[in-house]
Ligand binder design. Structure first.
Ligand code: COA
Length: 350
C-alpha cells in the first residue's frame, strides 16, 4: 500500500575508505516552476444558469468563486506545453536538455499515445523519454515521486514533471454535484539532480483500490468502450460520491502529513508552507484544524481555479514560488488525495 522512495542517505565524511569511493547524496531539486490556466473564466453565477445552484451555495460549501475551462480546440497538451515553457524558462534550460517527461493526468489528449509523447513532440524535447501517470488528483505527487526516484538512482540530469487536466470535457454539465467543482489547468516543475542538502526530502504514496467507485468515469475504457449507448447513458462523465470522499480525504491528508513529519523527524511547527490539493477549502481547513496548523501557512487558490485535479498542486506551487511565499531553506509540504483512491505527500527543503 505504501512506497517510500526517499530514505535519507548518509554521506560519509571523507571520500575514500578502504579504496571505496563514496558518492555524494543525489537529491532531486526543483529548479523551475510554471503554470498555465486557460483564458475562459466560468463564474458561479454562470453555473447557476445551467443547474439548480447559487454563488452562495458553491462558495460556502467549497470556497470556489470561479474556475477556468478550455476553449474549443484547446487540448491538455496545449495547457501543459505552456506551463512547461514557463518552468523551463525559470530553470534556464531548453527542452532538448530534458532527459524525461512525466505527466500526471487522467484527461489525456488521446487514449493512445500518452500525452507525455505529444508534449515531448510539441516542446521539441528530442532526447527525453515520456509517459503518463494516472493517479487522479494525486497524479502530480505520484509523478514527482517517480521522477525523484529516477533522479536519485540513475544518471538523469533534468526531468520535467507536469500535472495537467482538462476535466471540463468529462463533466456532466447537468450534474450539480460535480460541475461546480472541477476545472482545467496545468502546472510543471523541472527537477535537477544535485548534491546539495536541499531538494526533495521524502515522498510517500498510498492507494486503496476498494474505493475505486467513489470517483470514476464508467465509459470510454476497455470495460465499457465508447458506443452509441455509452454516449446516450452519459457513461463518459465523471461519477462521484462527494460526501463519502470528503470524510476520507480529511483523514488521508492528515495521516499522510503526519507520516512525512515523523519520517523526517520534524514537527508540524517546522513546516513553513503547506500546499495541499485544492479540492474544497472546507477539507483544507478541517485538516489544518486537526493538525493545529495555522491557515496563514497554508497556500490556497481554490477560489480562483476550483479543483484542477493533478494540476492543482503544481499550479499552487508555481504561484507560491512566483509570489515569494517560498524562501530558500523553507520546508514545504505537498499532499494530495484523489480517484483510486490514491493519496501521498512530498516534503521539500527549498
Ligand atoms: N448547489 C446547491 N445544492 C446542492 C449542490 C449544488 N451544487 N450540490 C448538492 N446540493 C444539495 C444536495 O442535494 C443536498 O440537498 P438535500 O439536503 O436537500 O438533500 C445538500 O445540498 C447537501 O448536499 P451534500 O452532498 O451533503 O453537500 P456537501 O456539503 O457534502 O457538499 C461537495 C458537496 C461535493 C461540495 C462536498 O461533498 C465535497 O467537496 N466533497 C469532496 C469532493 C472531492 O473533493 N472530490 C474530488 C476528490 S479529488
Amino acid at each position: 500500500m505504501c512506497a517510500n522512495y526517499s530514505q535519507l542517505t548518509v554521506r560519509p565524511k571523507g571520500a575514500d575508505l578502504k579504496g571505496i569511493k563514496y558518492l555524494a547524496i543525489n537529491r532531486a531539486k526543483i529548479v523551475g516552476t510554471g503554470s498555465y490556466l486557460p483564458q475562459n473564466v466560468l463564474l458561479n453565477k454562470d453555473l447557476a444558469e445551467l443547474v439548480d445552484t447559487s454563488d452562495d451555495w458553491i462558495f460556502s460549501r467549497t470556497g470556489i468563486r470561479e474556475r477556468r475551462t478550455v476553449t474549443d480546440g484547446e487540448a491538455l497538451s496545449d495547457l501543459a506545453v505552456n506551463a512547461s515553457k514557463n518552468a523551463l524558462e525559470m530553470a534556464g534550460i531548453s527542452a532538448d536538455e530534458l532527459d524525461a517527461i512525466i505527466v500526471g493526468t487522467c484527461t489525456p489528449d488521446l487514449p493512445i499515445p500518452s500525452s507525455g509523447c505529444l508534449i515531448q513532440d510539441k516542446l521539441g524535447a528530442k532526447r527525453a523519454f515520456a509517459f503518463d501517470i494516472a493517479a487522479g488528483c494525486t497524479g502530480f505527487i505520484y509523478s514527482l515521486s517517480v521522477a525523484e526516484g529516477f533522479v536519485k538512482s540513475n544518471n538523469f540530469g533534468y526531468i520535467l514533471v507536469i500535472g495537467a487536466e482538462v476535466l471540463s470535457k468529462v463533466i456532466n454539465w447537468e450534474d450539480r454535484g460535480t460541475c461546480i467543482l472541477f476545472a482545467d489547468g496545468a502546472g510543471a516543475v523541472v527537477l535537477k539532480k544535485d548534491q546539495e542538502e536541499i531538494g526533495i526530502l521524502s515522498t510517500h504514496l498510498h492507494s486503496n483500490g476498494s474505493y475505486w467507485d467513489l470517483l470514476y468515469q464508467p465509459g470510454g475504457g476497455s470495460s465499457k468502450p465508447a458506443c452509441r449507448q455509452s454516449i446516450d447513458d452519459g457513461s463518459h462523465y465523471l461519477k462521484m460520491e462527494g460526501n463519502r470522499l470528503f470524510k476520507i480525504a480529511v483523514k488521508a491528508l492528515e495521516e499522510v502529513a503526519l507520516e512525512a513529519i515523523r519520517h523526517n523527524n520534524i514537527t508540524i511547527n517546522d513546516l513553513d508552507l503547506w500546499i495541499p490539493h485544492q479540492a474544497n477549502i472546507r477539507i483544507i481547513e478541517a485538516v489544518a484544524q486537526r493538525l493545529a496548523f495555522p491557515m496563514e501557512k497554508v497556500f490556497a487558490n481554490i477560489h480562483k481555479y476550483g479543483n484542477t485535479s493533478a494540476a492543482s498542486i503544481p499550479i499552487a506551487l508555481d504561484e507560491a514560488n512566483r509570489e515569494g511565499r517560498i524562501k530558500k531553506g523553507d520546508l514545504v509540504l505537498l499532499d494530495a488525495f484523489g480517484a483510486g483512491l490514491t493519496w501521498g505527500s512530498v516534503l521539500i527543503r527549498w
